[in-house]
Design a protein around this ligand. Structure first.
Ligand code: ADP
Ligand code: MG
Ligand code: ZN
Length: 507
């Protein structure tokens, strides 16, 4: 049958309208490059950014006569992931040959797993909008990564290129694929659930120390499946698969965009065809890729060059016993140590900002939980957002934030000066104390200087001074402002106010 959905002219339906009439189902396939020191089936190092084809050997180049050997560490990492995702671990399974032609795949087949994955049937809980969504995990399997082609000339895509270069350094790096079960029932939260799931999976991989999970370097990549069906119908729609989505924000946008586009097609009387789609980062839209209407025949066969994998139960039990504290448990513990109940939306905001550990470290360095939260969720979040950076990548340590809090507590800095100190620290001018010294930012505590400034302010504003003398202490604000101005904002406003009131006989 020929695909028809692309033949239908349709406009995307605004998200809220689409979600009012259609129920979305999502499903995520996530590839994670494992951080083993050697590749999956040979001893070549796993390196990023090395000279092209400098980390290759006959095995990962697929030269005739070479034979693969399974990397035990990759199996162990995969079992760790499977256990952390509450999966069953196979007692016996095999690798499979997946046959297809691709220029950056040296053997013309990929060693993967097919009907006998190492880990099956688990789940991962994610928190979204104050509710917990349990995402079912279909399977976790192990495969080898391909090489990387670069198309020179034209638009950078293979079509229209003058020639292509291929780098096999990545070929054979162990790759884990985590496939979710379809996730129905999330309605308007579907985009946020997809994002939260990928974020949680990323944090899990970090906690398990199996990958450096740098999405921008492609060590975690997502295929995002989306379908919609008429609201209330038990029947799910046909899914599309948006390939290689490379940031959390894009995962969320890809789901949203597909829901809007598919609603447009269905509204116009069209039909969704099962296909892969590409997500365009700059426009936020998806474009059609390869049709999956006819299942491609990969001629899977059990890999004859490898022995089956049969992890001994004692080994699996040991790996389970050695699992580190997982992100959800970690967050719960840190939250309680900070002494907070807080609403879940508030908690989610802190967690989503990646601020929880930073706050805890700032508290450990001497700040109060509230001060630490205010700095990280206020001033520092604003600056991170402005730069489009993550909080953790700001060039300020929790210790330095704690020191600024300490300077405010002791009265050496007021809030305005503290923000200037922050500027200095972020600009690389040194520690908070060094910035205070170099920029001359300490609060004016010289009582002689302050007394003179207060006297000047009163003399310059006789009407206001008279009001305050007569008991209208609220009018003192204007005098405080004048003193603050005279001291370049470097006085402590509360003490200035006290000085003024005392001088005008109001205390
Ligand atoms: P493929 O090899 O075609 O990508 P997989 O089985 O590896 O197929 O992955 C399919 C993904 O699509 C899974 O994450 C699955 O949960 C998801 N999925 C299946 N049906 C639907 C659907 N109707 N809507 C959205 N996602 C779906
Ligand atoms: Mg797939
Ligand atoms: Zn090699």
């Amino acid at each position: 049958m020929t695909p028809t959905d692309t033949a239908v002219t349709s406009n995307p339906v605004p998200f809220d309208e689409a979600i009012a009439r259609y129920d979305p189902v999502i499903g995520l396939e996530t590839h994670v490059e494992l951080g083993t020191t050697a590749k999956m089936f040979c001893g070549c190092p796993t390196v990023f950014g090395a000279d092209p084809n400098s980390a290759v050997c006959p095995v990962c180049l697929g030269l005739p006569g070479s034979l693969p050997v399974i990397n035990k560490a990759a199996i162990e990492y995969t079992i760790r992931i499977g256990l952390a995702l509450n999966c069953s671990i196979a007692t016996w399974c095999r690798f499979a040959r997946k046959n297809y032609f691709y220029p950056d795949m040296p053997k013309n087949y990929q060693i993967s797993q097919y009907d006998e994955p190492l880990c099956t049937d688990g789940w991962l809980d994610v928190e979204v909008g104050g509710t917990t969504v349990r995402v079912g995990i279909e399977r976790v399997h192990l495969e080898e990564d391909t090489g990387k082609s670069t198309h020179i000339g034209g638009s950078g895509r293979i079509h229209g290129a003058e020639y292509s270069l291929v780098d096999y350094n990545r070929a054979g790096i162990p790759l884990v694929e985590v496939v979710t079960k379809p996730i129905p029932g999330t309605g308007p939260l579907a985009p946020a659930v997809a994002r939260a799931y990928v974020a949680e999976l990323r944090d899990l991989m970090r906690a398990l120390d199996v990958s450096d999970v740098r999405m921008e370097q492609g060590s975690l990549r997502c295929d995002v499946n989306t379908s919609i069906g008429p609201k209330g119908s038990a029947q799910w729609g046909t899914r599309t698969e948006t390939k290689n989505v490379n940031s959390l924000r894009s995962v969320e946008r890809a789901v949203r965009t597909e829901i809007e586009r598919q609603a447009g097609v269905l509204d116009a009387g069209g039909r969704i065809i099962q296909e892969t789609r590409h997500f365009n980062e700059s426009t936020g839209t998806t474009t059609s890729g390869r049709s999956k209407e006819e299942a491609q025949d990969y001629r899977y066969l059990p890999e004859p060059d490898l022995v089956p994998v049969a992890p001994p139960p004692e080994w699996v039990a040991q790996i389970k016993a050695d699992l580190p504290e997982l992100p959800a448990a970690h967050r719960e513990r840190v939250w309680q140590e900070l002494g907070w109940d807080g609403s879940s939306a508030y908690k989610e905001a802190i967690i989503n900002a990646g601020a929880l550990d930073l706050i805890a470290e700032t508290v450990a360095a001497g700040a109060s939980p509230e001060q630490a939260r205010n700095w990280w969720m206020g001033e520092l979040s604003r600056r991170a957002n402005a730069e489009g950076a993550e909080l953790g990548s700001l060039t300020i340590s929790p210790e330095k934030v704690a020191r600024i809090c300490g300077l405010v507590d002791s009265g050496a800095l007021n809030n305005k000066l503290a923000r200037q100190v922050l500027d200095g620290v972020l600009a690389g001018e040194g520690t908070p104390d060094e910035v205070v010294a170099a920029r001359g930012l300490a609060v004016v505590t010289d009582t002689g200087v302050l007394a003179a400034a207060v006297a000047d302010a009163i003399a310059a504003n006789p009407d206001i001074a008279a009001k305050v003398r007569a008991g209208k202490t609220a009018a003192a604000g204007a005098l405080v402002g004048a003193v603050m101005k005279a001291t370049g904002g470097q006085a402590d406003a509360a003490s200035v106010r006290e000085l003024i009131l005392a001088r005008l006989g109001q205390s």
